[in-house]
Design a binder for this molecule. Structure first.
Ligand code: ADP
Ligand code: MG
Length: 240
């Protein structure tokens, strides 16, 4: 489904990704962990076509992600992204935030888009808050709206970039619960997270990134409970 083949990327003199390879099968959940600045967000941004890369290839369902190509916007709608900061439109209601993309990008008729949005908001536990504005919601609720908004585009995969890092601790669980449901429904997901409990429980595989290289990857339990590489051991000692 997603195939990253030996990509390298630099920002000026700073080599931020070195020969990173990662493949994610349909329905698989992969957690990407690693210290701040190791390149986790950059990997997601390259997969989603938000960032270019110097060498290597990224394929989504066999189709190359290439920012120079005219169809990059179309490709981007096939892979959703959920950010640490939810980026909802502040002057639109919850429902309007979710219908915006389907109506204006995918040209879905208004009534159909609304019906679908209500169903998705029910799925994330916010069926009662369709007419609220983002500022009236907690951070956890806003992040669940952001997930519903991403799902409304019917993506083939969703990339999550530290979706719970900006939340108060008591709100983390409700967002992870929604993500757990998506995983159980078979959504293909790459999740950058510091929630090691979630990674151990939900991820099929965990990749540990350090200084732009994947230094260790394997089944979640193996990487998190019996890390082989000294850098992974050192990182896990500090986060757990
Ligand atoms: P992580 O998400 O693991 O914290 P990032 O992918 O955000 O790491 O960043 C990796 C490296 O790339 C860091 O050294 C960061 O400073 C650098 N970087 C990220 N975005 C930019 C940018 N737009 N311009 C210059 N350097 C950047
Ligand atoms: Mg980041």
């Amino acid at each position: 489904m997603i195939e990253v083949k030996r990509i390298s990327k630099r920002f000026g003199q700073n080599e931020v990704l070195r020969d990173v390879s990662l493949s994610v099968a349909d329905g698989e959940v992969v957690c990407l962990i690693g210290p701040s600045g190791s390149g986790k967000s950059t990997v997601l941004r390259c997969i989603n076509g938000l960032e270019s890369y110097e060498s290597g290839d990224i394929l989504i369902d066999g189709q190359r992600v290439d920012r120079e190509r005219g169809d990059i916007h179309k490709l981007r709608t096939r892979v959703g992204m959920v950010f640490q900061r939810f980026n909802l439109f502040p002057h639109r209601t919850v429902l309007e935030n979710v219908t915006e993309g389907p109506m204006f990008v995918n040209k879905v008729p208004r009534e159909e888009a609304r019906a679908q949005a209500v169903a998705l908001l029910e799925k994330v536990g916010l069926g009662q808050r369709c007419d609220a504005y983002p500022s009236q919601l907690s951070g956890g609720q806003q992040q669940r709206v952001a997930i519903a908004r991403s799902l409304a585009m019917k993506p083939e995969a969703i990339l999550f970039d530290e979706p719970t890092s900006a939340l108060d601790p008591e709100l983390v669980g409700e967002v992870l619960a929604v993500m757990r449901t998506l995983a159980a429904d078979g959504m293909t997901m790459i999740v950058v997270t510091h929630e090691m409990g979630f990674a151990k429980e939900v991820a099929d595989r965990v990749c540990f990134l350090h200084s732009g290289s994947i230094v260790e990857e394997g089944p979640a339990r193996q990487v998190l409970s019996e890390p082989q590489h000294a850098r992974t051991q050192d990182f896990l000692r500090r986060v757990i």
